[in-house]
Each structure stands twice: as C-alpha cells, then as structure tokens.
Design a protein around this ligand. Structure first.
Ligand SMILES: [Zn+2]
Length: 321
C-alpha cells in the first residue's frame, strides 16, 4: 500500500508474545520482534500473508458482476483489463475486509448558480483493522447531475445526492485500504470459480469504445473499435449491416446533411487496417491479458470529467449506482 500506516510501537505490557497470536495480521508486531524469533518469523509472516490473501479472495467472491466497472488499457500499452469496484460493491466487502470508517465530517453542500445543480462533499478517515493501516481526510462526493438523479427533484434529489456522497466516501476508503480499485480480471475470475458470476457481465468503462457504445447504443455484432470519422462533417461513423450481398460498413450518421458527398468505410477493410496497426489486439473481456500485479497499484487514470474538479480523479460520475 502506498498510503500512510500507523506506526506500531506497542507498549511492552500489551505486546503479545504468543507465537499463535503473532500469526494474526491484526496483532501488532515490529520487525525487530520478528527478527528475534529467527526461523519462526518466516512462518509468522507467511501465516499473516495467507490470512490476508484468503480474506481478499472471500471479499472478491462476495462481489457481483454488477459491482464492477472494467477498464482496458490501450492496446499499445498491453491491453490489460482491470476491475474497479464501485461503491455498491464496496459496501458488500467492507466487513469482510475489516474496514472501519470514522471521524466522518459534516456533509458540505456546494451550490452553483443553477439550483438544480449542486454537489455534496463529505470527508472521513478509514482504518483496516487487519493491518492497522489508516488513511485520513478522504473525500467523497456526488453531484445532482449524476445519472442516478435523473428522475429526482426537491427533497428526494437532496437525499439521493447526500446518500450517494456518503456511499462514495465509504467506497473510496474501502477501495484504497482493500486495494480494490485496480484488480486484474484474472484475479476476479479466479475468486468467482464455481459460481455463476462471469466477467463478461461486468459493465465496461474507458478503453472499451465510446460511452454511448458502452451503454448499449449500438446493436450487437458491432466491432469493439474506435469508429472512423466522416471526413466531411467530422462525425463518428455509425456501423451498418450490409444488405444484398454487401458487407457491413461504417457510414456518416449525418449523411442527409451532405448528400452530395457520399462516404462509407468497408468494415472488413477497416478492421484489417486496425489489426495491422495493433498486432496484439484483443477485443474480448475474457482475454487473459491482465497483468498479475497486486491490488496496491494505482487505479487507472480517469478521463477528464465535468465533476472531476469537485471530486478528484477516483471515479466517473454516474458510473456508480
Ligand atoms: Zn458526414
């Protein structure tokens, strides 16, 4: 973990000397104390790691595909796919991960000139009992413009944003302390072995095509690639099914605005061209492309956000439930 940890210098009179107790990751122990135990120290460390790994697997197992948002690195960077546990999922794993949230401040409203557009911010501290790790002054927040607010007004809207802001604070603390903002898909798949949960049911975020495509705006069978852009009006092309023996193609969605300038791109040729540029291309989520890094890695960088100025870089507005 890359955050501050509590400095464990327990008082001698409460220091557990029992070797069994030391195998528990939540028992404070110093390096010098472990060193004094010589060979036994390795066993103690291994036992602690084992417990943490088992709990992590149990926590991942408790999540559902709906709790995850997948990010895909650009093909030229390896195309790795990692999962970001959304606030809803963090609630599910919080107890299993032994995380406490405390010092929660007052909810702070950030108003704008438009009474319908406002934000709520809230900050708090978190502690992972198992490791003693603490993070302080974490900020969470949500906006009245987030997707989940769409049908709400008045007091309903206020309440919904406040509730979501608190869930976001909790989620951020859990993600950080439990290392769940950047989990290789292989690790999630492994934790789900023997269940009906599958990665392909997870929501896809950045790296998987445009937002409208991710939200299902296009029909099935549309290639998961960045579409070509119309040279006449600079609009992203729509994918069209070929008819009468013609192959599938991309065409301008605004073609009626420039009827004298016809433009289409043959799908097969376009995909071949893309493949030639990216020899390692994989387009399916189940591709075992994720690196075997641990959860401590930095979470994937987010795209520029409208609410990003308010909330920092930890999430995409509207992506959480
Ligand atoms: Zn056009």
């Amino acid at each position: 973990m890359n955050t501050d940890t509590i400095d464990h210098e327990p008082e001698p009179d409460i220091l557990p000397t029992d070797a069994l107790a030391l195998r528990r990751p939540d028992t404070p122990v110093t390096l010098s104390e472990l060193a004094a135990r010589k060979g036994e120290a390795i066993e103690i460390i291994e036992a602690r790691v084992q417990i943490l790994e088992t709990l992590r697997k149990a926590a991942l197992r408790a999540t559902s595909p709906e709790d995850w948002l997948l990010f895909k690195a650009p093909e030229e960077a390896g195309g790795q796919i990692v999962g970001y546990l959304q606030d809803s999922g963090c609630e599910r794993v919080r107890d299993l991960s032994g995380i406490e949230i405390f010092n929660v401040g007052a909810m702070e409203k950030v108003a704008t000139n438009d009474p319908k557009i406002f934000h709520y911010l809230i900050s708090g501290d978190g502690r992972r009992k198992l490791t003693g790790q603490v993070i302080e002054q974490v900020e969470g927040g949500r906006s009245s413009t987030d997707d989940f607010c769409r049908d709400k007004t008045g007091a309903d809207l206020e309440l919904a944003v406040r509730k979501a802001a608190r869930a976001n604070l909790d989620g951020r603390i859990v993600r950080e302390l439990a290392g769940l903002s950047n989990v290789p898909v292989d690790e999630i798949t492994e934790a789900w072995a023997g269940t009906k949960k599958t990665i392909d049911r997870c929501r896809k975020g950045r790296g998987f095509g445009s937002r409208s495509e991710r939200l299902g705006a296009t029909a099935e069978g549309v290639p998961d690639v960045e579409p070509p852009v119309c040279p006449h009006c600079k609009t992203k092309a729509s994918y069209r099914k070929g008819k009468n023996g013609r192959g599938d193609f991309w065409g301008c969605p605004n073609y009626t605005k420039h009827p004298e300038k016809k433009w289409t791109v043959d799908a097969d040729a376009y995909l071949k061209e893309i493949k030639a540029k990216q020899p390692a291309a994989t387009s399916t989520v189940s591709a075992a492309a994720a690196p075997n890094t641990n959860g401590d890695a930095k979470e994937p960088q987010q795209q520029p956000l409208t609410a990003g100025d308010v909330f920092g870089k930890n999430r995409q507005p509207g992506e959480d439930d």
